[in-house]
Design a protein around this ligand. Structure first.
Ligand code: SF4
Length: 167
């Protein structure tokens, strides 16, 4: 997997101080995409998991990690993303994990495959859905268009209904 970028700390990619990993490659090609270069699977640098984990460990201010892109949950990236989240949790068990995806939660659940189930079980908050230019709203927090939702994944799975974070 290639990495389009990494922020050691940010407060604009989820609640609280977070590290942010941008993976490369996205199959959605949304018109008006905020990070068009990251649609290319070969963009950026080789993802060095240990180096990123070391950088996270050096920063005591962090409360969580956000995985963005690109598309973290596409077929090409999902296994490495799950492996990364698992390893981050080994060194930071209390970390809160946000993930941005162009898929909806319903589409992910319809996959019925093991790696997607593992991903959903390891993510606390999913910002789901493609960016839709006609629904763009710059006043929204942590999302670009009205159709996108900020989901409490564990509650959604447990209660089998859509539970959005009140942000
Ligand atoms: S899902 Fe995100 S990264 Fe992918 S094309 Fe849409 S806006 Fe761009």
């Amino acid at each position: 997997m290639k990495m389009a970028g990494f922020y050691d700390e940010s407060i604009s990619n989820g609640l609280g101080w977070r590290a942010v990993l941008f993976v490369s490659g996205c199959p959605h090609h949304c018109p008006g995409c905020h990070n068009q270069v990251a649609q290319d699977y070969n963009y950026g640098q080789e993802f060095n998991k240990q180096e990123i984990i070391d950088r996270i460990c050096e920063n005591s201010i962090l409360k969580g990690i956000t995985i963005s892109g690109g598309e973290p949950l596409c077929e090409q990236n999902i296994a490495e993303v799950v492996d990364f989240i698992n390893d981050v949790k080994k060194v930071r068990p209390n970390f809160n994990v946000w993930c941005y995806t162009g898929y909806t939660l319903e589409q992910l659940e319809e996959r019925h495959d093991e790696i997607t189930d593992k991903a959903l079980n390891s993510i606390d908050v999913l910002v789901d859905g493609r960016f839709v230019e006609s629904q763009k709203n710059p006043t929204l927090k942590f999302r670009g268009s009205e159709n996108q939702r900020i989901l409490d994944v564990h509650k959604c799975l447990r209660e089998q209904k859509i539970v959005q974070l009140a942000i």
